[in-house]
Write a protein that binds this ligand. Structure first.
Ligand code: FES
Ligand SMILES: [Fe+2]
Length: 331
């Protein structure tokens, strides 16, 4: 008997998404940005991860620190822009409390005398930040195991390859639950139907996805020989596509229970004459995947389908993912 899929509520229930924020996203290493954008002390990047606003900053000592972008006074933002330079401290954008870049409250600016007010009790809420080959990840769980424990299978496969330095970004808004897109990424079963152009280049019958820890590794054979690319996905929402010298980081971001944003970061060699064509092909593949994912979401929402089945051979990674989510939700 094949494994049953997750029930339809998994993709359409706002309460499940609210639980995933706490049980999946608040406990996992999440892609945040590029270290190259945090070169000097005081440089910061701010973003939200599954609805949690976070800021990552380079300190004067040269290390990265991360905090919830939430002031301890009345929840104002420490920084208002997605990227910038804050100098030697954060100055809250609401009433001007000043925080050192290690999170200590330096001055509750203009607060006036108040009995038993101890600034040491009002440090910023810390977030974990670690990097892998110039890519910064955050984890809201102070007890989380080091990043490399999640990334090790990918790190081994990546070997001595280098991450190219030129950056190009694209974003795509999708009207589907984030897991619909992730599951689509986790199988090659749909390639013949959805990606006729790609199907001509790869041996789709031999296409396999194997799980190594929390990393899904695609085993792709090009027609006529081995493909030298690397396609992998890391729990819970990041895909790495390395092909012909271009590394695409696909950040699959839940915006709500029925909305997803794909933030793509293409890392390539400056001046690579093949990059424009790679960008075009990537855009076409995304368009094809977006089309099918949005149709699937419409059908999940329509109310006739309750659950289906998964091929043990071709959808093993989808089964792994659904079980992993179920475990997280049960915790
Ligand atoms: S909320 Fe930050 S100083 Fe008031
Ligand atoms: Fe696809």
């Amino acid at each position: 008997m094949p494994v049953a899929t997750a029930p339809v509520a998994f993709y359409r229930d706002p309460d499940i998404f609210a639980r995933e924020r706490r049980t999946v996203f608040a406990r996992s290493w999440l892609f945040f940005g590029l270290e190259a954008d945090l070169a000097r002390p005081g440089d910061y990047l701010a973003d939200e991860v599954a609805g949690y606003p976070v800021v990552v900053v380079r300190t004067e000592g040269g290390e990265l620190k991360a905090f919830h972008n939430v002031c301890r006074h009345r929840a104002g933002p420490l920084v208002g822009d997605a990227q910038g330079h804050c100098g030697r401290e954060f100055v809250c954008r609401y009433h001007g409390w000043r925080y050192a870049l290690d999170g200590r409250l330096r001055s509750a600016t203009g607060f006036g005398p108040a009995d038993a007010f101890d600034p040491r009790e009002f440090s910023l809420f810390p977030v974990r930040v670690e990097t892998w080959r110039g890519v910064a990840f955050v984890n809201l769980d102070p007890e989380a195991a080091p990043l490399i424990e999640t990334l090790r299978p990918l790190d081994v496969l990546f070997g001595n390859r280098t991450v190219p330095g030129a950056v190009e970004r694209r974003s795509h808004a999708l009207a589907c639950n984030w897991k619909v897109y992730v599951e689509n990424y986790l199988e090659g079963y749909h390639i013949d139907q959805v990606h006729p152009g790609l199907a001509a280049d790869v041996d789709t019958a031999a296409y396999a996805v194997r799980m190594e820890g929390e990393v899904a590794v695609h085993e792709v054979l090009a027609t006529g020989g081995a493909a030298e690319g690397l396609w992998a996905w890391v729990w819970p929402n990041l895909a790495f596509n390395l092909y012909r010298g271009v590394l695409l980081l696909e950040h699959i971001r839940p915006v709500g229970h029925g909305q997803t944003r794909l933030d793509y970061v293409y890392l390539h060699e400056a001046g690579d004459p093949a990059f424009a064509a790679a960008l075009k092909t990537s855009g076409e593949l995304t368009h094809e995947d977006a089309w099918i994912c949005e149709r699937v979401q419409q059908n999940l929402d329509a109310g006739v389908y309750q659950a289906g089945v998964l091929s043990p051979q071709r959808e093993n990674a989808v089964a792994w993912f659904q079980a992993r989510i179920a475990d997280a939700l049960a915790a």
